[in-house]
Design a binder for this molecule. Sequence first.
Ligand code: AHM
Ligand code: MG
Length: 327
Amino acid sequence: MFCTPLSDFLNQHFQQNNLSGSLKETLSAIINACVAISAKTRQGALSGVLGEAGSGNIQGENQKKLDVIANDILINALRQTPMVAGIASEEEDTFVETNEHGKYLVLFDPLDGSSNIDVNISVGTIFSVLKKPSSGSLKLDDFLQNGRNQVAAGYVLYGVQTQLVFTVGQGVFGFTLNDNNQFILTKNDFRLPESTAEFAINMSNQRHWESPMQNYIAELLAGKDGVRGKNYNMRWVASMVAEVHRILTRGGVFLYPFDYRDPNKPGKLRLMYEANPMSLLIEQAGGASSNAHQNILDIQPTGLHQRVAVVLGAKEEVARVNLLHNP
Ligand code: AHM
Ligand code: MG
């Protein structure tokens, strides 16, 4: 029987680990905004939120109506949270200063996997929280901290169930939204197996990958007859939140590698509000992450919307990818 509400869990977990009350309030504000986003996604066509917004973001991607709605919900909620100094979002050109005396910076992808919205496949909000490193007015440099500095990271998956998964650096916990819009603890500490026989990659990009990545996937596809000596299964939802949730739940490895399609984009996913928070969750659950050369959490960011190649999940697979790229 699951009966621990999020608020009770947070009170206990923050006290036990001597964590700051203002971080708890920041996290609660993000999560409350996600409950509102969940309500919008559930209504779909009934509240007219499906389809294109008719606008684009700084990254040249067409925005869906729900991308814009989710972004507005989060920004408005965080503006009203005094401890949040500023935000950075996939949908905003640059950072937004929210509260002059705030202590935390919140980075988010308000609705990741949004190509899936109109076809009723899981989407999610991904968030990352950093401490504002200096006093005074907010500047870009304040955000450009490596992933190890994250004081909280997580996602809310709007799927068959709405689930919240987060870490504040002391394990990874999962909650399910009940009929009263309350998150209830349903998973006490995710643990990720070191090996797996399931991978996730968009195979349609295969011809654009570098040769070590081609070789790695060829090894998996060779199954029992190849060097890996076992058969692998493949899944691709095209929603990173759903993919990472599957991996945290039953193991696996996720890859969105570097490819040669656009020399300005070393990968599709964004470091600051996709790769970093997911990498922290995976590492906290006993897995690993890498851009095929170095741990994602050690990358020194150079821009808010910086892209990065991503390999994350079972340690054995991440190590194999690293080895093939750095023999
Ligand atoms: P988005 O932030 O514009 O939604 O893009 C990120 C998503 C990830 O959730 C997913 O892993 C990837 O894009 C899917 O890409 P593709 O459509 O190339 O398979
Ligand atoms: Mg995204």
